[in-house]
Ligand binder design. Structure first.
Ligand code: ADP
Ligand code: MG
Length: 394
C-alpha cells in the first residue's frame, strides 16, 4: 500500500504570547511512500517526525493537506479505521496480561464480520509471535521480559491486525546499544518478510541509514532531502544534511573560490571547475583526506586514535568550523607523527561546497574517477606505528 502525503501541514498555536506566530511542526510535506518500502524519517529532536507519523496514523489532524493510502483519501478517516499498526518508544504493554493476551488484545474488540473466534485470534498471535521470535514467551508477563523482548511484543501487537501501514516512532531508543543493533536488523527482516509499507522515525542517522530503503531528512518541520541512504550521504543537498549524516561528522571549513580554484585558509587546495567566485563553506568527509607529504592541505596534528581497521587522524586548522579536523584513513597508511604538521591531498568526490548564505550545495566538476590512482600514489612516510601509538596515547 503506497502512502501519499500531499502538502501536509500541522500548525500549533503558540502559547507563548511573546513568541511570534504558530509553531509549524510539519510544513507542506509532499511525498509518496512507495508500496512495501521502509522509509526512515530522520532529523533532530523537535523537527516534526512524530507529528508526521501521528498525521499518518490519524491521531493528529492536519491543518492543511491530504493523506492517501493507495488511492483512498484517508485525511478525515478516524485512526481506528485506517488500518495502521503503531509502535512507540515506550512499549506500553498491559502489565497484568500475558504476552499472548497482549498480542491478541487488538483482536478482542473486533465487531460484526471482522469478529474472530478465540482459537483464530490465538492462531494469528502464534504466527506473528513466531515471526518476531517470541513464540516461547507467550505465557510470560511483560515484567518477566527483557527490553528487547518487550519491544518485540509491541511489534507483534502492532502487526496482528495485519495493518496496511506500520508506523514506528523511535522504537529502539529504550534499548541498550547492542540490542538496538540486533533489533533494528530484526525490524528490517520482519518488514521485508511481511512487505508492509513502513515508516520508521529516528533521530539516529546510523539507524536510519542502515535499515531504510529511503530516508527523509527533516529540519524545523521542513523536508530537506529524500533519497536512498547512500545517495543522500554522497550527494547532500545542503550543509544541514551533510552535517547530519555520517560519523564522525563532516569537517566544515571557511573557504573561497577564485577562478575555479578552491582556497582554504589562503591556501589553494583543489580545482573546482564550474564553481563561481565567492566565499563558500567547504565540507570534507573524514574519508576524503589522503595523507600525502606533498598534499596541499596541511593541518596541525593533535593525535591519532586507533579504531582497528582504520585510524582517525585528529588535527586542527584555523579555517575549521569544527573544533577538530578528523580524517579516517586505513591503518596500513603510515603517518609521520614526529611532525607537528600533517598534510593531505583531498578526494574531490568527498569535498562539497556550500553557499555561505543559503548553505545550499554548489556543484563543481572534477576530473573523472581518479581517486584510486591518487590512493596508490600516496607518499608513504613509513610505518612508524610504534611512535604513532606513543603519541596517540598521551
Ligand atoms: P520530533 O518527533 O521530531 O522530536 P515533534 O513532531 O514531536 O518532533 O514536534 C515538532 C514540533 O511541534 C516541536 O517544536 C514541538 O514542540 C511542537 N509540538 C508537538 N506537539 C505539539 C502540541 N501538541 N502542541 C504544541 N506544539 C507541539
Ligand atoms: Mg518524536
Amino acid at each position: 500500500m503506497k502512502v501519499v502525503l500531499e502538502n501536509l501541514t500541522k500548525r500549533y498555536p503558540s502559547r507563548n504570547k511573546r513568541a511570534a506566530g504558530d509553531v509549524i511542526a510539519v510544513d507542506h510535506f509532499t511525498f509518496e511512500i512507495p508500496d512495501g518500502k521502509l522509509v526512515g524519517l530522520l532529523g533532530p529532536s523537535g523537527c516534526g517526525k512524530s507529528t508526521t507519523l501521528n498525521l499518518i496514523s490519524g491521531l493528529t489532524k492536519p491543518t492543511e493537506g491530504s493523506i492517501y493510502f493507495g488511492d483512498e483519501d484517508v485525511t478525515k478517516m478516524a485512526p481506528e479505521h485506517r488500518g495502521v499498526g503503531l509502535v512507540f518508544q515506550n512499549y506500553a504493554l498491559y502489565p497484568h496480561l500475558t504476552v499472548m493476551e497482549n498480542i491478541t488484545f487488538p483482536l478482542e474488540n473486533l465487531k460484526g464480520k471482522a469478529k474472530l473466534p478465540k482459537a483464530e485470534r490465538e492462531r494469528r498471535a502464534r504466527e506473528i509471535a513466531a515471526l518476531v521470535q517470541i513464540d516461547s514467551l507467550l505465557d510470560r508477563k511483560p515484567s518477566e521480559l527483557s527490553g528487547g523482548q518487550q519491544q518485540r511484543v509491541a511489534i507483534a501487537r502492532a502487526l496482528v491486525k495485519m495493518p496496511r501501514v506500520l508506523l514506528l516512532d523511535e522504537p529502539l531508543s529504550n534499548l541498550d546499544a547492542r540490542l538496538r543493533l540486533q533489533t533494528r536488523e530484526e525490524i528490517k527482516r520482519i518488514q521485508k518478510e511481511t512487505g508492509i509499507t513502513t515508516v520508521f522515525v529516528t533521530h539516529d542517522q546510523d539507524e536510519a541509514m542502515s535499515i531504510s530503503d529511503l530516508i527523509v531528512v527533516m529540519k524545523d518541520g521542513v523536508v530537506q532531502q529524500i533519497g536512498a541512504p547512500q545517495a543522500v550521504y554522497d550527494d547532500p543537498a545542503n550543509l544541514f544534511v551533510a552535517r547530519f549524516l555520517g560519523t564522525p561528522p563532516i569537517n566544515v571549513f571557511e573557504g573561497c573560490v577564485k577562478k575555479e580554484k578552491l582556497y582554504i585558509g589562503g591556501k589553494r587546495v583543489l580545482d573546482v571547475e564550474g564553481a563561481d567566485d565567492g566565499e563558500v563553506l567547504v565540507g570534507i568527509r573524514p574519508e576524503g583526506f589522503l595523507p600525502d607529504e606533498k598534499g596541499s592541505f596541511s593541518c596541525t596534528l593533535s593525535g591519532i586514535e586507533v579504531m582497528g581497521r582504520d585510524v582517525s587522524i585528529v588535527s586542527t586548522h584555523k579555517a575549521s568550523q569544527n573544533a577538530t579536523v578528523r580524517a579516517i584513513v586505513p591503518s596500513e597508511l603510515g603517518i609521520n607523527t614526529a611532525s607537528s604538521e600533517v598534510s593531505f591531498s583531498l578526494k574531490p568526490s568527498k569535498v562539497y561546497l556550500f553557499d555561505k548564505e543559503t548553505e545550499r550545495r554548489i556543484g563543481f566538476a572534477f576530473e573523472g574517477d581518479n581517486d584510486t590512482q591518487k590512493e596508490s600514489s600516496v607518499g608513504f612516510v613509513g610505518k612508524i606505528l610504534g611512535q604513532l601509538f606513543k603519541r596517540g596515547g598521551k
